[in-house]
Design a protein around this ligand. Structure first.
Ligand SMILES: Cc1cc2nc3c(=O)[nH]c(=O)nc-3n(C[C@H](O)[C@H](O)[C@H](O)COP(=O)(O)OP(=O)(O)OC[C@H]3O[C@@H](n4cnc5c(N)ncnc54)[C@H](O)[C@@H]3O)c2cc1C
Ligand code: SF4
Length: 328
């Protein structure tokens, strides 16, 4: 495997970055830590002739507890005790991403925009060529669900579910200015499964915002994977709640590693507000979320197992958070 030649551009401000993007679109990719993009390039997956590196754009590296720049490294979050104290789900998610080496280069923005994954996609060019490629790169059919003209590659980033249950929003800069949207609204839930985010051409993720209320939530992130030292999630479950006496004042659940996008379940969690959580209600919530998810067979573990483990993880997380002492 080798990298084909590309032209590297290294702007120093957001304004310069957007000007370059406007000139080069659609023949470029943004390059953050490169830990996802460059391995994909080596496998000749949707390679572009220009890369706009973001490492010199200091505005993207600004970091406070309520605004985390897109170029903040995962290792910086991992070693910050304030993250663990205020946002346990985020700390648990970051700590479980890849290896220390990958976390030293990998960034928050890159993790939120990590390419979706599939057995038939994350393979060398020759491997894919032997099957005639697939819809997501170079081909015209899907090997996972051949009856459909849609890609089912799995969203496998760990940060997104953990940030979603903390109420995160994302600041995006583009040719038309800056906009801030809820994090879950950035992901494409419908469509062809190939376009994975609702970013307009040239748009740049600038930062993640966390509301003050996030610091008063109990939260956790649970991850299922084959090798705990290294692998992408086969399932990631994030849960947050706030307890007001014997009643639920806030509840959010998000999952990743199952479908083409990370997903929340407001229609299931919101009716539970104002009530208490006993084992029966916890079981019903876990069962409803398990029933709602639709994994397909394109990662290491079978979909039925990942679906059942969704219910198990939600039940365990809700039980632990509801009983956790010393939190709101
Ligand atoms: C061995 C290995 C194990 C891994 N395990 C995990 C894991 O367990 N969990 C997990 O979540 N990930 C895992 N990853 C994937 C990856 O390393 C991380 O997701 C990492 O956070 C990606 O960040 P990056 O900065 O390297 O992104 P890059 O590779 O630089 O970019 C990823 C994508 O985001 C786009 N992009 C980056 N920044 C921006 C921005 N600011 N605005 C617009 N577009 C942008 C790029 O164009 C590219 O499409 C693993 C990778 C490896 C190599
Ligand atoms: S789900 Fe289908 S189209 Fe998508 S990457 Fe896998 S084989 Fe290709």
């Amino acid at each position: 495997m080798h990298l084909d030649p590309f032209e590297l551009h290294r702007p120093e401000t957001i304004a310069e970055t957007l000007a370059l993007a406007g000139r080069l679109a659609p023949a470029f990719d943004y390059l953050a830590g490169g830990t996802d993009l460059l391995p994909n390039y080596k496998m000749h997956l949707n390679v572009r002739p220009h890369l706009i590196a973001l490492d010199r754009v200091s505005e993207l590296q600004e970091y406070t507890l309520d605004r985390i720049g897109a170029m903040v490294r995962l290792a910086d979050l991992d070693r910050d005790p304030e993250i663990g104290r205020h946002y346990p789900a985020l700390a648990e998610a970051v700590h479980g991403i890849a290896t220390p080496l990958v976390r030293a280069s990998g960034t928050v923005g890159g993790n939120l925009l990590v390419e979706t994954r599939c057995f038939f996609f994350n393979q060398s060019y020759f491997w894919r060529a032997s099957l005639g490629f697939c819809l997501k790169a170079d081909g015209d059919r899907c090997h996972v669900v051949p009856q459909k003209e849609k890609c089912y590659a799995t969203f496998s980033g760990d940060l997104a579910p953990s940030l979603m249950v903390l109420g995160a929003s994302v600041e995006i800069a583009g040719p038309d200015g800056v906009r801030t949207i809820p994090l879950d609204a950035m992901y494409e839930a419908d469509g062809d499964g190939i376009r994975r985010v609702r970013l307009r051409p040239g748009e740049l993720v600038v930062a993640v915002h966390l509301p003050p209320a996030a610091q008063h939530l109990r939260s956790t992130y649970r991850k299922l994977r084959a090798r705990p030292s290294y692998d992408f999630p086969e399932l990631g479950v994030a849960v947050s709640l706030r307890r007001d006496g014997d009643r639920l004042a806030a509840l959010d659940v998000a999952v990743g590693g199952l479908e083409t996008y990370p997903r929340r379940f407001p229609a299931i969690t919101e009716p539970a507000l104002g009530q208490g959580l006993d084992p029966e209600r916890i079981g019903a919530l876990a069962q409803a979320i398990q029933a709602a998810v639709r994994p397909v067979h394109n990662t290491a573990y079978p979909p039925d197992y990942r679906k059942r483990m969704t219910g198990v993880f939600v039940r365990r997380a809700l039980t632990d958070l509801w009983d956790r002492r010393g939190a709101s």
